[in-house]
Design a binder for this molecule. Structure first.
Ligand code: ADP
Ligand code: MG
Length: 315
């Protein structure tokens, strides 16, 4: 069973239950409109030892930051401001007090940086391996919330940063090279918190999500939920230094924003973004009416069996 096949089965099983005002499964966050023009956002992400990290290849501080960063990224992906988190930890006997304190220092450091409160959680013993679950809450003006389902034909597809560094870093780590700059990038994702809020406030931005499983996989979520297609130009994908094109397109955990914007206002958007953040929004393709993903190389369609990165899959 694939991760997404399982999630689909969950959605079907629970479809008849009351939504109680929530817009639930299917986006980076669930949405609860508060009735005053604002909404609360909810997201949860889990990191488990041996699947998401190797204890010997990461410091506790980095792990504390990363556990929070990946959740802040999902709030940013909706155009929201992160406001609070719940943190649940399952720690095995072998984890020292010093390790746990260092983990919390990292978690605190990033919480402080973004002004996010820690409002609860759970702590328990684990029989094997460390498991970390974070639930993050965000707030946004309802009009600023960006969904995966709002891409329109003619939209320009942008990514808000270079891709592939994290995937290349993971390759280094799996080869036992923990000390490389790419490995450090894999362990230290930078969620685009300010960028997400700024893009949320721009009306010409239609759909948005964060790239956690790789462009090749994640863009399909926008296409499915928006009932559109896309053409992606391979030569336009911004490949991070030290990575290659396939890793940039298929590697996971870059946590850069992926968005679509009105084609007639895309250039002005990119110019305003550059003015505000000092870096580019990279246009990588166009949304189309044909319900398929087409890879282009210099404008010519190319058949590629590229998929993203799935933690759930046995490798
Ligand atoms: P992301 O990568 O942004 O964290 P995913 O692609 O992992 O999101 O998940 C897709 C959607 O499925 C999200 O809305 C998420 O909340 C939901 N989801 C994932 N796992 C479960 C689960 N076990 N039960 C209910 N919803 C889930
Ligand atoms: Mg996400």
């Amino acid at each position: 069973m694939t991760e997404f096949g399982f999630i689909d089965s969950i959605v079907r099983r629970f479809a008849a239950l009351p939504a109680n005002g929530f817009e639930g499964i299917g986006d980076d966050c669930a949405i609860l409109p508060l009735g005053d023009g604002t909404a609360l956002l909810f997201t949860a992400d889990l990191l488990t030892e041996g699947v998401h990290f190797l204890r010997e290849a990461t410091s506790a501080r980095e792990l504390g930051r990363k556990a929070l960063a990946v959740n802040l990224s999902d709030v940013a992906a909706m155009g929201g401001r992160p406001v609070a988190t719940l943190l649940s930890l399952a720690l095995p006997e072998g984890v020292s007090e010093a390790w746990a304190q260092e983990f919390m220092e990292g978690y605190h450091e990033l919480s402080e940086r973004y002004g996010v409160a820690l409002i609860g959680g759970d702590t328990t013993r684990s029989s094997a391996g460390i498991t970390i679950n974070v639930t993050a809450l965000g707030r946004a003006d309802e009009a600023h919330v960006k969904r995966r389902s709002d891409a329109r034909p003619g939209d320009v597809i942008f990514v808000a940063g270079e891709l592939g560094a994290s995937g290349a870093g993971l390759r280094d780590i799996l080869a036992g090279h923990y000390g490389t700059p790419l490995a450090a990038q894999h362990r230290n994702p930078a969620p685009q918190v300010e960028e997400g809020q700024w893009l949320g406030a721009r009306r010409e931005v239609h759909a948005m999500m964060d790239l956690s499983d790789g462009l090749a996989s994640d863009i399909r979520h926008i296409l499915d939920r928006s009932e559109v297609g896309a053409q992606v130009e391979l030569t336009r994908i911004p490949v991070a230094e030290g990575a290659d094109l396939q890793t940039a397109a298929c590697g996971g955990e870059d946590y850069k924003l992926l968005l679509t914007a009105d084609g007639t206002r895309a250039e002005a958007l990119a110019a305003a973004y550059r003015e505000r953040f000092g870096g580019p929004l990279y246009p990588v393709g166009r949304i189309t009416t044909a319900h398929e993903l087409v890879w282009l190389r210099n404008g010519t369609p190319e058949t590629l069996d590229w998929h993203g990165f799935e933690h759930f899959k046995k490798r």
